[in-house]
Design a protein around this ligand. Structure first.
Ligand code: CP
Ligand code: NVA
Length: 309
């Protein structure tokens, strides 16, 4: 059976811990060409800097190859249905990394392909980001269980994957957003189920200061995600009291980490200059996409029975 990564919930706690361990090893020593002769196809309908480059370099460093397919070229759902794209690509490549709008599209791709499909960001989740972030937190703090991550901002894809991953590994998750921008109940309930097993605490509030109190990590993301461009002004107003700044950071622990998946809108979700603050680890996060995804690609693509080739 091939294994996909469509949601962070496709992994259990042991698998996440193993990926972090493997990624740390791959960061320290050059990995052998474990994916020699393997190809990963990118099916991206949204822009990307980090995800595309880190996956491409990861394939290259593991002896494999990546092909970027632009949205114009493929015309997913317009020129050709996702079902057929998945079936055709499965005949050529060993894995598909898809960046889509709806989660349903990554699900359709996975259901119709015989090779592993990786969610490289959908409107619902960004599992590769969350996994890489756990690696960064582990590197900086030396542990995960018992830490508290406070997410200030929109209940978006990044927040969803962070909630689920925190609850899987035993980290506490605080969340503050304005009304109407909360994490959806379905994701929240799934997170709470994981939390009941791992011992994590989940705290939801409308007050960013309340969420930030005593946190080990303050995390934020853009107020308007890709595809929400028409709502930029409305969201700027709604989120105006939710900027991460020095005052908010001062409520967290003294050794707090400031995290953001990037791209950042300086002066919106975080105050100007804060990315360069000593507490900011955002560029370590960006780097760790590469190391974590190498471990992930080896896990999903290196088994010859799985690749179908
Ligand atoms: N953080 C992240 O996924 O960045 P890109 O959108 O540039 O890939
Ligand atoms: N929430 C953002 C994350 C970008 C990496 C978006 O979906 O645009």
């Amino acid at each position: 059976m091939k294994k996909d990564l469509l949601s962070i919930a496709d992994l259990d706690r042991k698998e996440i811990e193993h990926l972090i361990e493997q990624a740390r090893r791959m960061k320290q020593e050059e990995a052998p060409p474990l994916l020699s002769g393997r190809t990963l196809a990118f099916l991206f309908v949204k822009p990307s800097l980090r995800t595309r480059v880190s996956f491409e370099i990861a394939m290259y460093q593991l002896g494999g190859h990546a092909i970027y397919l632009s949205p114009e070229e493929v015309g997913m759902g317009k020129r050709e249905p996702a079902v057929d794209i998945a079936r055709v690509l499965s005949r050529y490549v060993d894995g598909i990394a898809a960046r889509t709008f709806s989660q349903e599209t990554v699900q359709i791709l996975a259901d119709n392909s015989s090779v592993p499909v990786i969610n490289a960001l959908s409107n619902l989740e960004h599992p590769c980001q969350a996994l890489s972030d756990l690696l960064t937190i582990y590197e900086k703090k030396g542990r995960l269980p018992g830490l508290t991550l406070a997410f200030i901002g929109d209940g978006n894809n990044v927040a969803n994957s962070l909630l689920l991953s925190s609850c899987l590994v035993g980290m506490n998750f605080h969340f503050a957003s304005p009304p109407g921008y909360e994490i959806k109940e379905e994701v929240l309930n799934q997170g709470k189920e994981f939390a009941a097993l791992s011992g994590s605490q989940v705290k939801l509030t409308g007050d960013p200061y309340e969420a930030a109190k005593g946190a080990d990590i303050i995390y934020t993301d853009v107020w308007a995600s890709m595809g929400q461009e028409a709502e930029v002004e409305k969201r700027r107003l709604a989120f105006s009291g939710y900027q991460v700044d020095n005052k908010l950071l001062s409520l967290a622990k003294g050794d707090v980490l400031l995290m953001h998946p990037l791209p950042a809108h300086h002066g919106e979700e975080l105050s100007v200059g804060l990315l360069d603050d000593p507490r900011s680890v955002v560029f370590d996060q960006a780097e760790n996409r590469l190391h974590l995804q190498k471990a992930l690609l080896v896990k999903l693509l290196s088994n010859p029975e799985v690749s179908g080739k």
